[in-house]
Write a protein that binds this ligand. Structure first.
Ligand code: SAJ
Length: 418
């Protein structure tokens, strides 16, 4: 039975803001905390500073009902949900500095008995580290044993898919790992306010590892598909037909090859497992290498296609890391356009992405890379490079492709629309 009435959600990004909004629309009073004043202002106006289907309506509704507000200062609350980024450092171990900063801001607000949930994807041991940091700052609270006054710590990894966040937040099962059983139960009760999936209770380290394992599993399987696409290229075989046929076997389910793996999760989380046990994570490391090398292969294919033109024009379609979103973090498409901008001598790259309003900073210095309206980019080009399978690209008149070279990294024009 949930007893939490007020929640402070630290970090109003792709996970924090949807979680804040769904809690608020289910009767909890939520204060969102973010270091970015523009994000705070946008949320207080009932607006969403990024693209995610159905999130806008939840945020606008929660703000207008007075259930959701935002601030830059961590307030007192019954429970805290930490949903800040965990990027990786140059040695690919996790950068926990945002979690640590959140902990330092929470510590002075505690009175005893609060619930602190870490949602950020984190290496094993991070929830314990957050507890040690907070209780180190507040030794007065550390003296309470497992009683009413003790602060409860749990890890509850988010597992929602960008583009489907508002649906999956409600319908997905959740794994809730507590540093104590009481912490797991309290966190489970809070999530049951909006989560219709099963809530599985465990310890914090297992919950931390479960999240990493889910994404590493996917990475390894995408690496298999990407490796098949390269081998098929050498053999002159259509990889999409190959996979489709193999998948008719009742126990085979190969994923789809693409230009590489992007996003802030699948391309990052496997490294946290590697950092935890480098010697025994050979397959996981290899899969990362295979997926990270795929953009080079795409660049090679485009340069080969461009060889016969003196000043080739390439329409590069899509910059986001996957379909129907505007998120360009770790996007292989951005990496490919960047490399092409540098290596396509005498050539121009016309980037078309209906979800992107301006080129990311990494492409700003490249004079031969221009953001162009999609249909104009296709019409003007010699080579069409499909990088992201946005639904809106279905509107492209495929008759226009007839006299152009096409590098379709997603098999987009092989598949019919759903
Ligand atoms: N991709 C392929 N081939 C495929 C599937 C995906 O090349 O067959 C590529 C995509 O194009 C993209 C990348 O992989 O570049 C990742 O896309 P995704 O849709 O598989 O996953 P994410 O990163 O958007 O979200 C994942 C999800 N994890 C799993 O499916 C195990 C999501 O449930 C997690 O909540 C999210 O990571 C996260 O936050 O960790």
């Amino acid at each position: 039975m949930n007893t939490v009435r007020t929640v402070a959600v630290i970090g109003l990004g792709y996970i924090g803001l949807p979680t804040a909004a769904i809690l608020a629309t289910n009767g909890i009073t939520v204060v969102g905390v973010d270091v970015n004043q523009k994000t705070v202002d946008a949320v207080n106006r009932g607006e969403v500073p990024f693209v995610e289907p159905d999130l806008g309506i939840h945020v606008a509704g929660a703000v207008s009902q007075g259930r959701l507000s935002a601030t830059t200062i961590t307030p007192p609350a019954d429970a805290y949900i930490v949903a800040v980024p965990t990027p990786f450092l140059s040695d690919r171990s996790a950068d926990l500095s945002f979690i640590e900063a959140a902990g330092r801001n929470i510590a002075p607000q505690l009175r005893g008995g609060e619930l602190i949930i870490l949602e950020s994807t984190s290496p094993p041991g991070s929830t314990e580290l957050l507890r040690d940091l907070i209780l180190g700052e507040r030794p007065d609270l550390a003296t309470f044993e497992d009683d009413e006054q003790s602060v409860l710590f749990a890890h509850c990894p988010e597992r929602v898919l960008p583009g489907r966040i508002m649906i999956e937040l409600v319908t997905n099962d959740r794994i809730v790992g507590g540093l104590t059983t009481r912490a797991a139960e309290a966190a489970g009760a809070l999530y049951s306010v909006f989560c219709q999936g099963a809530i599985h209770l465990t310890d914090a380290a297992t919950a931390e590892m479960a999240k990493l394992v889910e994404n590493a599993y996917r990475d390894v399987n995408i690496a298999f598909a990407n490796e098949l696409s390269v081998i098929s290229g050498t053999l002159g075989i259509d990889v999409w037909e190959l996979i489709e046929l193999a998948n008719h076997h009742p126990r085979v389910n190969i994923l789809q090859p693409g230009p590489g793996v992007g996003g802030h999760c699948i391309a990052v989380d496997p490294w946290f497992i590697v950092a935890a046990d480098r010697d025994n994570s050979r397959l996981i490391q290899k899969a990362r290498e295979v997926n990270d090398s795929k953009p080079n292969r795409v660049v090679r294919d485009v340069l080969e296609a461009a060889g016969s033109y003196s000043s080739p024009k390439v329409a590069a379609l899509g910059l986001a890391f996957k379909a129907n979103i505007d998120d360009m973090r770790e996007s292989p498409a951005v990496e490919i356009v960047n490399q092409l901008g540098r290596e396509l001598s005498g050539g121009t790259i016309l980037v078309g992405d209906p979800h992107v309003e301006s080129l990311p900073a990494v492409l700003h210095g490249l004079e031969n890379v221009r953001l162009t309206e999609t249909h104009a980019a296709v019409a003007e080009s010699d080579i069409v490079l499909l990088l992201v399978d946005h639904d809106m690209f279905r509107e492209i008149d495929t008759a226009l492709l007839g006299n152009k070279k096409v590098v379709d990294t997603r098999g987009f024009w092989r598949h019919k629309a759903d």
